[in-house]
Design a protein around this ligand. Structure first.
Ligand SMILES: NC(=O)c1ccc[n+]([C@@H]2O[C@H](COP(=O)([O-])OP(=O)(O)OC[C@H]3O[C@@H](n4cnc5c(N)ncnc54)[C@H](O)[C@@H]3O)[C@@H](O)[C@H]2O)c1
Length: 325
């Protein structure tokens, strides 16, 4: 297949591209390499992808429909679009809501419009567990998600609704995937797994929001990438959770990293963030039934692989700017 992946230099996007290429597909990657976090990491991921002849890269912004048109003009026979480009993260969305709405909503509409104009019949949209807000865990896809707690969650909810509209209006087949706290090698430096590994390994102060009892359903990046690729199948319109179904407290995550690094965390507690939900936990029956998907990595394995990556790339990893946002 010929597949467009937006956000190809991102944490999840780059792994989706790698696995697609390994499976024999051709990938057209789009990424504007924005400054949401240290670009060195995006360039590191992108350089690995550029080694393949099956990968073509466009440094375009998905909010700019004219440049996107150029991609569709120069690449016929596109089978599917996987839209992973986004402004991600809850806390930064409070500082720059417009950026989030532009990329996550306008960017999604642009890609959908071009799919319809160019007869692309399959669209996969990345969404988030954040939009479950304060629902009771475990989170099920049919729960009410109207009460979003951050501009990020609200922008993803809007994108989901736009996807539904395009499916109804034009019949384009759409899988919406709600990812749950994704972690793994070369992960996002604005997220706790990367930061905690860095802070503990380098014996730096570890900033912990809240008392460590927040729970997250941490899900390994390869599982997420495999699920995203399985979601290329024809489903009509479906919203599907991709999570590990095994939530963990933040303080337990810290303990595991302490064991793996043989170091003690220097925890500095800060007050809880208002837009952070207290706990996430995915019910994954739909992913099992519709996609035949099952998470393969438990947290011990996934965290061990993440710590191993950090140790093997330590010079590079400790040079990443993780200024708090
Ligand atoms: N990582 C998680 O835990 C998680 C959880 C839920 C949902 N998601 C979603 O998964 C997707 C991928 O997330 P990620 O963790 O890989 O984030 P990421 O920030 O590493 O990747 C997103 C990529 O999109 C690119 N991008 C952003 N705006 C763009 C634009 N306007 N035009 C072109 N490229 C643009 C960025 O440069 C970046 O490389 C996002 O849609 C995110 O909202 C991630």
């Amino acid at each position: 297949m010929n597949i467009i992946v937006s956000g190809c230099a991102g944490f999840i996007g780059s792994r989706v591209c790698e696995i697609l290429i390994n499976k024999g597909h051709s990938v057209i990657g789009i990424d504007n390499l924005n400054e949401a976090y240290d670009n060195k990491l995006k360039i590191y991921r992108l350089n690995k992808l550029k080694e393949s002849d099956s990968f073509k890269y466009y440094k375009y912004d998905i909010t700019d429909i004219a440049s996107l048109e150029n991609i569709f003009l120069n690449n016929s026979d596109i089978d599917a679009v996987i839209n992973l480009a986004a402004r991600a993260g809850v806390r930064a969305s409070i500082q720059m809501p417009q950026e989030y709405i532009n990329t996550n909503v306008v960017g999604t509409v642009n890609l959908l419009e071009l799919c319809i104009k160019n007869n692309v019949t399959k669209f996969v949209q990345a969404s988030t567990s954040s939009l479950y807000g304060e629902n009771k865990t475990p989170f099920k896809e049919d729960m009410n998600t109207d009460r979003t707690l951050s501009p990020y969650a609200a922008s993803k909810k809007a994108a989901e609704n736009i996807c539904y509209t395009y499916n109804k209006l034009y019949g384009i087949d759409i899988s919406v995937l709600r990812y749950f706290t994704v972690y793994g090698p070369a992960g996002r430096p604005d997220m706790s797994p990367f930061r905690f590994i860095r802070w503990i390994t380098e014996e730096e102060d570890l900033i912990l929001y809240g008392d460590g009892n927040h729970e997250r359903d941490f899900t390994y990046v390869d599982d997420i990438a495999e699920g995203t690729i399985l979601a290329l199948k024809k489903v009509g319109f479906e919203i599907i959770n991709l999570g590990n179904d095994q939530p963990l407290k933040m303080k337990e995550l810290i303990s595991q990293i302490e064991v793996l690094t043989d170091k003690k965390a220097r925890i500095i507690n800060k007050s809880e963030q208002k837009a952070d939900v207290h706990a996430t936990w995915a019910e994954i029956l739909k992913a099992r039934n519709i996609l035949g998907w099952e998470p393969k990595y438990n947290l011990e394995e996934g965290i061990a692989l993440s710590v191993e990556w950090y140790k093997n790339n330590r010079e590079f990893a400790r040079s990443i700017d993780i200024a708090l946002n």
